[in-house]
Design a protein around this ligand. Structure first.
Ligand code: CDP
Ligand code: CDP
Length: 213
């Protein structure tokens, strides 16, 4: 099986920026799984479904078609034949609802199956909340990216987004189905006080220490 580098951590910690750069450096395909949960949330909202109604979300799942085409070394999300834009994926409405949709076990089961199937693409850097704990728990290459609450809130504000990070983290950590945890065997990298480039160097050094050739 090709190697999978798993990168997990809380909201706005720098995961996707760091993971994308690590993937480029190592010649792996980058997979951001947050965008998959965001895409399903967009579908739920677009169908007029209340994100607090898990039964209605589960009932809608068979009608949702979802693909992950690859371009520029990373997977993208195509939902019901529509390539979702960053503005659609990161809208205030999606930010407010995504943790509610992501806590539904049937949504997770569907997306985890898709995420595992991406191994057919070859070596991966996959980023999310449960990649090292649930999606690829046997991977020897696991990183947990963290940053202080103040730094994370400031980074998200600088991106110009209204996003209640603390509430999203609370739901993500407390849900019953694959909550956000530090995966067993993961190296924790706190990047509160370092640049993106420095964080990338630290992640690559940690992966080498974990035995990455
Ligand atoms: O970019 P940010 O860290 O704010 O969020 P994201 O990675 O785009 O993830 C959005 C939401 O999707 C998270 O708050 C989780 O509720 C959910 N998610 C998840 O449950 N499991 C994953 N593997 C990835 C994201
Ligand atoms: O994927 P996640 O939500 O964890 O975070 P991100 O979207 O990669 O990073 C949030 C913002 O923080 C982006 O604008 C990054 O460029 C920035 N960032 C930074 O300035 N310094 C770091 N060491 C890490 C991230």
């Amino acid at each position: 099986m090709p190697p999978v580098i798993t990168i997990d951590g809380p909201a706005a910690s720098g995961k996707s920026s760091i993971a994308r750069r690590v993937a480029r450096r190592l010649g792996c395909t980058f997979v951001g799984t947050g965008n998959m949960y965001r895409a399903f949330t967009w579908a739920v909202l677009n169908r007029g479904i209340d994100p607090n109604d898990p039964a209605a979300i589960v009932a809608a799942l068979p009608s949702i078609t979802f693909e992950c085409p690859v371009s520029d070394g990373e997977t993208h999300v195509r939902l019901d034949g529509h390539d979702l834009t960053p503005d659609e994926l990161n809208s205030d409405a999606v930010n407010a609802a995504v943790s509610l949709v992501a806590r539904v076990p049937e949504v997770r089961a569907r997306l985890v199956a898709d995420q595992r199937s991406l191994i057919s693409l070859g070596p991966l850097v996959m980023e999310g909340r449960d990649i090292g704990s649930v999606v690829f728990p046997d991977s020897p290459f696991k990183i947990y990216i963290d940053a202080s609450e103040e730094v994370r809130a400031a980074r998200r504000r600088a991106q110009g987004q209204a996003d209640n990070l603390a509430e999203r983290d609370r739901i993500d950590k407390q849900r019953k189905s694959s909550p956000l945890v530090i995966p067993e065997g993961a190296t924790i990298i706190d990047n509160s006080a370092v640049t993106l480039e420095e964080a990338v160097e630290q992640v690559i050094a940690a992966l080498r220490a974990q035995g990455l050739p």
